[in-house]
Design a protein around this ligand. Structure first.
Ligand code: FE
Ligand code: FE
Ligand code: ZN
Length: 278
């Protein structure tokens, strides 16, 4: 059987520019990567250098990179009860989606937010409304909702919640899902012993065709703890063989797979090599 290309990479800083990040990716054997569009904690955004963005796009083309994954700041809360907080999320997200056109046809990943006491249903409604406000027919970017661990008042810890969020979105062709192995494991889905069963549930509830990216993280805590704490590949409760099986699973063929493990780029390269082996 023909060997399939695995698109593996890790989260990388773009503090020294996009081309620099792409070169780091190449140097560690990655053929995709994830970056923050802006300061992940605040909201401030550096002016973009179009030549730098184009240079990264060229590097990706020349080296057969898969889809790149941009990540929204994780501090913004699209379903806050406070209209000012939601407005901030609206401004960040619409600016980011505009900026993503420097990297056409890639994906932009977003945490669905925390309802902080309003209840899951209200949270889902507010996040869906915000998505309907920011998505445009013209954008080439697909916005992805990340599966969450469901700790605290986070929404997106159950596949049913992801499905409901997506069902409310008007521009269906602009929305997808990023599955985080650590998060779903923390939420109680057994990707260690029954990945096929988890994917069967995902397919039935959300639809596998919605899946556009993967976060490959091992988990510092055992299944169902609701704790979002990533471990290095093979050093957590999911373990190397299950992580490797995930990387090679046919349901994920062609998708960008991003490590968000507590490591630095050279060692991320070692993790990528571990996952590429069969
Ligand atoms: Fe995330
Ligand atoms: Fe993640
Ligand atoms: Zn996480």
């Amino acid at each position: 059987m023909e060997e399939q290309t695995l698109y593996l990479g890790c989260h990388l800083s773009n503090a020294k520019g996009y081309l620099a990040a792409g070169r780091v990716a190449l140097s560690i054997g990655a053929n995709t990567f994830q970056f923050f569009t802006r300061n992940p904690r605040g909201g401030s955004m550096k002016a973009i250098d179009p030549a730098d963005a184009q240079a990264l796009n060229a590097l990706c083309r020349e080296n057969g990179f898969g889809t790149l994954v941009a990540h929204a700041p994780y501090t913004l809360n699209p379903c806050s009860a406070d209209p000012k907080v939601r407005d901030f999320a609206y401004r960040c997200l619409s600016e980011d989606i505009e900026r993503m056109e420097y990297f056409p046809n890639q994906v932009y990943n977003l945490h669905p937010g925390s309802h902080v006491g309003q209840g899951i249903a209200a949270g889902i409604r507010l996040t869906t409304e915000l998505l309907n406000d920011i998505l445009t027919k013209e954008q080439s970017t697909t916005v992805l909702i990340e599966t969450m661990s469901g700790g605290g008042s986070e929404i997106g810890g159950r596949f049913e919640q992801i499905a409901e969020l997506i069902a409310g979105v008007k521009l269906q062709e602009k929305i997808g899902v990023c599955l985080d192995t650590c998060h779903v494991f923390a939420a109680g889905y057994d990707v260690r012993n029954d990945l096929d069963g988890v994917l069967e549930q995902f397919d039935r509830i959300v639809g596998l065709r919605r899946l556009r990216a993967l976060h490959l993280n091992d988990s510092l805590f055992d299944i169902g703890g609701g704790k979002d704490r990533h471990a290095r590949i093979g050093e957590g409760f999911i373990g190397l063989s299950a992580m490797r099986a995930a990387a090679h699973h046919e349901a994920f063929r062609g998708l960008p797979m991003i490590l968000e493990t507590p490591n630095e780029p050279p060692e991320h390269g070692d993790e990528i090599r571990l996952l590429r082996e069969r």
